[in-house]
Write a protein that binds this ligand. Structure first.
Ligand SMILES: Cc1cn([C@H]2C[C@H](O)[C@@H](COP(=O)(O)OP(=O)(O)O[C@H]3O[C@@H](C)C(=O)[C@@H](O)[C@H]3O)O2)c(=O)[nH]c1=O
Length: 178
């Protein structure tokens, strides 16, 4: 398992052990010792997955302190444009984003630190996204920023959004608690 830095500090691309044979694939998505060696989180409190149709955008989501969390995400079926937005006011990349393709055919993932919003666009039909997070769901602290408000060209004009995601405040109006 390789953990590769990105231009947003603390946000790492995860290249897991990936094996393919006549039966299909084998992917190891987490290795506590490897994460511990690098000072990365190992105490996951919840794990969940979602399915999405092509053209769906989910995000940009985060939990506010004290319920903020690290997140380990993988696309387990299909392909997504995965997007992270830096909300850490003391960060040199505050307000900047990272957009990477996660492809189940490669098995790669993303480790997202506290203080970042996360979202994705489903690029293929029947996407499955899987998550591990270091705090449990806290609905009153579950927050978002509007997908089209921070300068990313998603390459889609009319994505499918939840009513909640369509109503998030734009980044320009957002007072970051991080
Ligand atoms: C996130 C979450 C949602 N829910 C509920 C709330 C709602 O009824 C239903 C669907 O919630 P949402 O519409 O927020 O689901 P979704 O848009 O898939 O939310 C996810 O989006 C991506 C981008 C992330 O980064 C994730 O951490 C998570 O926020 O599930 C939980 O019970 N536990 C949870 O941890």
């Amino acid at each position: 398992m390789e953990l590769v830095p990105t231009r947003l500090s603390g946000c790492l691309q995860v290249r897991p052990f990936f094996a393919k044979d006549d039966r299909g694939t084998f992917v190891k998505t987490f290795h506590a010792e490897r994460f511990e060696e690098l000072g990365l989180p190992v105490s996951w409190r919840e794990e969940y997955y979602s399915t999405s149709h092509q053209g769906v955008i989910r995000g940009m989501h985060f939990q506010t302190p004290p319920h903020d969390h690290e997140k380990l995400v993988y696309c387990q079926q299909g392909r997504v444009l995965d997007v992270v937005l830096d909300l850490r006011t003391q960060s040199s990349t505050f307000g900047q984003h990272l957009a990477v393709e996660l492809d189940a055919a490669r098995g790669d993932g993303l480790l997202i630190p506290k203080g970042m919003a996360h979202g994705f666009l489903a690029l293929t039909p029947d996407v499955i996204m899987a998550y591990k997070v270091t705090t449990t769901y806290a609905p009153a602290h579950d927050a978002g920023i509007r997908w089209d408000s921070f300068g990313l060209d998603w390459g889609i004009e009319h994505p499918v959004l939840s009513a909640r995601d369509a109503a998030h405040p734009p980044f320009a109006d957002f007072q970051s608690p991080f």
